[in-house]
Write a protein that binds this ligand. Structure first.
Ligand SMILES: [Zn+2]
Length: 112
């Protein structure tokens, strides 16, 4: 599975970098708009890690993640649970994603 190098999140550009990190599988830098994924993971692990980091970003953008250090255990469990569900959902609905892609490209073309 190909991991994107850039993503649009809440109308802002984010970089996704593959890196030999410390013991972590991934990280999200809110200020730097950068998601780091451990380069030593399997393709499936990279994908679920990306989904996990996206959950952090969505919670952060929604104002639900105040300080990861204070609520780390709960947030990590929540991001794992929802991130894994999202990964499976996206994998199980690849054909639908292609339809969404086509529909969105048409919409964006009309919008210009
Ligand atoms: Zn996490």
């Amino acid at each position: 599975m190909k991991i994107p190098t850039t993503l649009m999140i809440n109308r802002e550009d984010w970089d996704v970098v593959s890196e030999p990190t410390d013991s972590r599988w991934g990280r999200a830098s809110y200020d730097g708009h950068e998601i780091g994924i451990n380069s030593e993971l399997s393709p499936r692990q990279k994908f679920t890690t990306l989904c996990h980091e996206l959950m952090h970003l969505f919670l952060f953008e929604a104002g639900a993640e105040i300080d990861e250090k204070l609520v780390n255990t709960n947030v990590e469990g929540l991001c794992n649970a929802i991130g894994n569900q999202l990964a499976s959902f996206l994998e199980d609905n690849c054909e639908w994603q292609e339809e969404i892609d086509t529909t969105m490209r048409e919409y964006l073309k009309e919008k210009k």
